[in-house]
Ligand binder design. Structure first.
Ligand code: URA
Ligand code: CA
Length: 445
């Protein structure tokens, strides 16, 4: 077999076979096939796309490139959850405790933030004392004992993805549906999931900018799951504006706790209930999403999920008093309120711009070695479509450095738009793709 023949085959639009895919990925990871040939293959895939079976083979070849977490000694069906990246999206901190409180084990590996989107591990580290680097043994013991652990990725999972992603980033081949789908699914499978719930974000703050693309990405990942025996369900959800009201690490933990206390309503709570309910369906804990949602609403409002979060914080060495006393979280030294300057309706709340403004305050990383300020960030007081009056609070910026505040204010001044006429409401969830096909969830709201 020669790499160049496989590139030509793909360039002509033919499907690569399992052995061919494995040959290419293995040799690339070992440094035998050079970057330029992998780049050419990615470009051929970008233009020609991939068949169902082929993208599943690519995914499994990537999984095989490294270690795999083995969760098989944990009881029951292990369901993981993944979001394609959003702003003010702290669903994991809500869904994890919720699903665990319903009796389904959640052993989750999460990532750090990069760019304008946040990461669960950074957020968790704003809880005083909490450790996210657990040994494998402690991780498994904790899940066995309390049904819940959220830790940083350990081990060498999917080295092929690290190498290919870096290459795609500089060769214009990131926005390819088969390449995105295999990248995401390979990491979930290597992390040990039996079944997977995905949240595919759609809108200005997301990778996917059109409904068509978002549904195609969702279908492709569900089909990969089918092909490789890991049942997958994918929601397509709105990321035209931030999901919750808080952007920034400690601020998002605070919002997660308020939600677990039953004090915070709105889209973050709603989507968390849907994602969690889908996890319960895949874990065979309930039959239907609606049934799961009712159970999870009860666990939220009864305080059981909050208690589960407290138990997890304690197990990971953190101060669990934080679930009752939010002032134990890191606090920024300054707050700046921005007020609404005109009467009307909120026409747009640019999630990406607000994410970038929070980064400017210090909440995110410019590159993977930058340090971050856990206390800073932004609270957004309005949602799209809302009627507003002059002088009403629009944003609060939490800052530690005056220079960074000024930078952030420059960005936020462009982030919201207003209109004099009302707008049509947008759905939170555009749909759900499962092995049975597509459901339009808009109707169920
Ligand atoms: N997220 C990933 O993990 N991989 C991609 O290719 C795109 C988004
Ligand atoms: Ca809907």
């Amino acid at each position: 077999m020669r790499a160049v023949d496989l590139i030509v085959k793909k360039r002509k639009g033919k499907a690569l076979q399992k052995e061919e895919m494995e040959y290419f990925i293995n040799n690339y990871v070992q440094g035998i096939i050079p970057d330029y040939q992998m780049a050419a293959l990615c470009m051929a895939i970008y233009f020609q796309g991939m068949q169902k079976k082929e993208v599943a083979n690519l995914t499994m070849a990537m999984v095989k490139s490294g270690e795999k977490a083995d969760l098989s000694s944990l009881p029951g069906i292990k369901v993981d959850k993944h979001s394609t990246g959003g702003v003010a999206d702290t669903t994991t901190l809500i869904v994890g405790p919720l699903v665990a409180a319903a009796g389904v084990p959640v052993g989750k590996m999460s990532g750090r933030g990069l760019g304008h989107t946040g990461g669960t591990i950074d957020k968790l580290e704003s809880i005083p004392g909490l450790q996210t680097a657990l040994s494998r043994e402690d991780f498994m013991k904790q899940v066995q004992k309390i049904n819940l652990a959220i830790v940083g990725q350990s081990g060498n999972l999917v080295p092929a993805d690290k190498k290919i992603y870096a290459l795609r980033d500089v060769t214009g081949t990131v926005p390819s549906i088969p390449l995105i789908a295999s990248s995401i699914m390979s990491k979930k499978i290597a992390a040990g999931a039996d079944k997977i719930v995905l949240d595919v974000k759609l809108g200005s703050g997301a990778f996917m900018k059109s409904q068509e693309e978002a549904f195609e990405l969702a279908r492709t990942m569900v089909e990969i799951g089918e092909e490789v025996g890991r049942e997958t369900a994918a929601f397509i959800t709105n990321m035209d504006q931030p999901l919750g009201t808080a952007i920034g690490n400690a601020l998002e933990v605070e919002e997660a706790i308020l939600t677990l206390q039953g004090k915070s309503q709105g889209p973050l709570r709603e989507l968390s209930l849907y994602l969690g309910a889908a996890m319960l369906v895949l874990a065979k804990r309930v039959q239907e999403i609606e049934e799961g949602k009712i159970l999870l609403e009860y666990l939220l409002d009864s305080g059981a999920a909050l208690e589960k979060f407290a138990v997890m914080i304690q197990a990971q060495g953190g101060n669990s008093e934080v679930v009752k006393n939010l002032s134990l979280l890191p606090q920024a030294s300054g707050q700046e309120e921005v007020k609404i300057s005109q009467e009307g309706f909120v026409a747009s709340v640019n999630a990406e711009a607000l994410g970038l403004a929070a980064m400017a305050l210090g909440a995110g990383r410019e590159n993977k070695d930058s340090s971050i300020d856990l206390a800073v960030g932004i609270k957004v007081h309005v949602r799209k479509g809302e009627r507003v009056c002059k002088g009403q609070p629009l944003l609060t910026l939490f800052y530690n450095e005056q220079k960074r505040l000024e930078e952030a204010l420059k960005i936020t001044s462009q982030a919201l738009q207003f209109s004099s006429t009302p707008l049509e409401a947008e759905p939170l969830i555009y749909g759900l793709v499962t092995k049975k096909g597509e459901q339009d969830l808009k109707l169920s709201f």
